[in-house]
Every structure is written in C-alpha cells, then in structure tokens.
Design a protein around this ligand. Sequence first.
Ligand code: BEZ
Ligand code: FE
Length: 285
Amino acid sequence: MLPYFTEENSVETVNARMSEGANPRLVQVMSALVKHLHAFAKEIELSQSEWEVAIDFLTRTGQICSPERQEFILLSDTLGLSMLVDAINNRRPAGATENTVLGPFHVAGAPEREMGASICLDGKGESCLFEGRVLDLNGNPIEGARVDVWSDNAEGFYDVQQPDIQPKWNNRGIFTTGADGHYRFVGIKPVSYPIPDDGPVGQMLAHLGRHPYRPAHMHYIVTAPGYEKLVTHTFVGEDEYLDSDTVFGVKNTLIAPYERLQDGLAEWRSPFDFVLVQENTSAER
Ligand code: BEZ
Ligand code: FE
C-alpha cells in the first residue's frame, strides 16, 4: 500500500494514482502540472483564504466566458503564457517574419477584397496604405498567398465589440497575392486600445498596478500552400505602450515604418514584407 498523503510526499502521492494505461503525454503533462502546482503552493505557503480567492477568481473567469468573450485566454495572454506557447511553437529561422499572439478578435470568413481596396467602412481615422510583398526565405515572391487583415477602428474598438455601431467587417479583409507577391490595401493608422478589462482579468491587472493597453497594431494571418501559417501584427513605432503591451506581443522586428504621404491614396503609408517558411522545415531546426 502507498503511504497516505503528507505535505512532504504530496507530489509523488498524487502522481502515483495515474494508471499505467493512461495516455503517456497526458501523464507527462499532468505529472509536471502537479509537481509545479505543489511547488508553487509550498513556496508561497498558500493560505486557505488565498486559495478561496483563487477559486473565486477562476470561477468568475469561467462565468464571464461566452461565445463572444474568452476570459481564460485573456488571463493566459496577460500572464504571458499565450506568447510563451506561441514562441515554443513557432521557432523560425533568421529572416522569417516572427509570430505573435492571435488575440480574440479575428473572425473567419472576412470579405475577399480587390487588391488595393479599402477595409475601412466607417470613414473614421487617419487613412493608411499598407503594402509590401509576401516572400520566401530566398526572397522569391509567393503567388497565391492569402493576407487576412484586421484592426480596431479610430476609437479603439473592433467591429465585433460594437455590432450595433460599426458596419459588419469594418477594418477587415482578405487579399490574395498575384505572381509578384504584392499585397496592398488601405486601412487606418491603428490606435492603441485597452483589452476588455471589465471582468476578473481587468480586476487582476488593476490590483497589480498594470494598465490594460495594447500598443497600436494591424493584425495579419498570412497563409500560402506549402508554407507555415504566419499569425502576426505590425506595430506603429513610437506608440507609448510598445514597451508595456499588456499581452507581451511586441517584437522588435514587427515594428513597421509609418510614413506621412503628402498626396495620393492615403495620409500614411506603412510598408512591410512578410517572409514565410516552407512547411516541414521545422523538424530540421
Ligand atoms: C488583440 O490584439 O486583438 C488582443 C490580443 C490579446 C488580448 C486581447 C486583444
Ligand atoms: Fe488587436
């Protein structure tokens, strides 16, 4: 018979309960989770009332979740876990465009738009021409790449946050590259905005003296047959929140130029090339 549970043997006692036939990866994951969870409680000498606060916090985090709101992902984002998982799963060779966090505001099935078209449907904000190429690691253009883009509006809200105020698909669109690999669209110069902070995660940030803001960014998912999916943003340089993004999504290589345009299609121009990695090269890295 195995010994009864004690403070000293807690990890071994819990982990010994898993059956031999359990999925090996699940056993690996749960054993490590128990090990680190118990070490955490022991390190901080978790009090009964603190445990109750944590249970209440997690309960409220679950209760506020809905098809439109995923508070657990927001918790993961603000604790840096989402970016860590993203980094572990998207190690790329030098020269490839880096990934960053997807966020909760991507909507599948955005309209496919003509190259050069505007995605801004509410007429607000400073117009900006976004353009560049989708390339492979050797600098060759990729034809048929789908560039799925979305941003907040000039007031810092995504269309899905204001379904009764903004036109559907405002500041969203999908563009497909031709043989030259070029993409080009008109949007707005994005603005910084707070993540949804009227729930438990917002309360946590406030208790920790953390602000809820993300620096201004344009979101992209770039896909092409035979290449790894790229989920990323480009950031507006000089944004006051670049070095304190509440979800830790900023990377140096993702800060894009924003140039004033005197005449032409838009008030600003933000050029940026995306470099994709061929599928099945990850195993060699
Ligand atoms: C976003 O950039 O849309 C986002 C990312 C993580 C949490 C909230 C919003
Ligand atoms: Fe965003």
